[in-house]
Design a protein around this ligand. Structure first.
Ligand code: NAP
Ligand code: GCO
Length: 267
């Protein structure tokens, strides 16, 4: 049996939300390199344009759409436009996400709701928009970008952890409800990855030393390094490919071992 061909994405249409840069860009690029036609969205046209240029520079043709993933009308219109202009979506990666690092008692309900809206409500909205066509087509892959905070809490990220914990269970529920239609819904759980979202946690201090949180993550990670978006490419291709057709409801953590490790003893 030619196992390698099971990892091919030839002929697949993959939508990665919020993929002008960061983790989404890396995942979409990996899919393109494995033969998929890649589609992405962002809130602003200028970011979509920048994204298309970045994919082109990387050697890939990408279709970009302006869409706020929290807006159901915009999402439904975008999916209909994609199906008309590109094709039925075979693979959906719910990647778009935000974080607000605010102590819970200082966070307003509006700020909490905003994070839940992007990180949890939006994956529900976009998944609901693509599932009917996946059922008609007889297959589909939905990959939700979860987090260490799908399993762990930490100070100042109450909304984000609640959302990512909910996203883990939404993943399991889509698996439960649509597995019989040959739709596999799994999560990918990045560890601490060096992207714009975590840049504040890695800023050098005034004296040139590493940010305390940066040092903390190095001590908490067996790999003793931050992840790179590229570290997610292989796992994301696996979850999007035929190679994972009997993997469903699983959260694949790509964290260098953080979840397995108590942390290095302070010297
Ligand atoms: P990022 O650099 O901040 O990129 C987030 C992307 O989502 C941006 O393109 C952003 O577009 C887009 N976005 C935000 N709100 C949106 C909305 N309402 N509609 C459409 N697009 C929207 O983040 P990242 O580090 O690449 O993270 C990507 C995903 O991985 C997120 O779900 C994050 O929670 C998750 N994650 C990240 C890490 C990490 O360590 N970096 C670890 C685990 C999980 P704009 O620029 O227009 O806002
Ligand atoms: C934080 C970080 C994390 C990472 C990621 C870890 O402030 O703790 O932003 O939340 O983004 O989600 O998996």
């Amino acid at each position: 049996m030619d196992i390698a061909s099971k990892f091919s994405l030839d002929g697949k249409v993959a939508l990665v939300t919020g993929a002008s840069y960061g983790i989404g860009f890396a995942i979409a690029s990996a899919y393109a390199s494995c033969g998929a036609t890649i589609v992405f969205n962002d809130i602003k046209q200028e970011l979509v344009d920048k994204g298309i240029a970045a994919y082109k520079e990387a050697g890939y043709t990408a279709y970009g759409y302006v869409c706020d993933v929290t807006n159901e009308d915009q999402v439904n219109a975008m999916v209909a436009q994609i199906e008309k202009e590109v094709g039925v979506i075979d693979v959906l990666v719910n990647n778009a996400g935000i974080i607000k690092r605010i102590p819970m008692c200082d966070m307003t309900a509006a700020e909490f709701r905003q994070v839940i809206d992007v990180d949890l409500n939006a994956p529900f909205i976009v998944s609901k928009a693509v599932i009917p066509s996946m059922i008609k087509k007889g297959h589909g892959k939905i990959i939700n970008v979860c987090s260490m905070m799908s399993e762990l809490g930490r100070e100042t990220v109450s909304a984000y952890a609640a959302a990512k914990g909910g996203l883990k269970m939404l993943t399991r529920n889509i698996c439960s409800e649509y597995g019989e239609f040959n739709i596999q819904c799994n999560g990918i759980g990045p560890g601490y990855i060096a992207t714009p979202q975590t840049a504040p946690l890695r800023e050098l201090q005034a004296d040139g030393t590493r940010h305390p949180f940066d040092q903390f993550i190095i001590a908490k990670t067996p790999a003793a390094r931050w992840g790179e978006a590229e570290d997610l490419m292989g796992p994301a291709v696996f979850l999007a490919s035929d190679a994972s057709d009997f993997v469903n409801g699983h959260i694949l953590y790509v964290d260098g071992g953080i979840l397995a490790y108590i942390g290095k003893q302070p010297q």
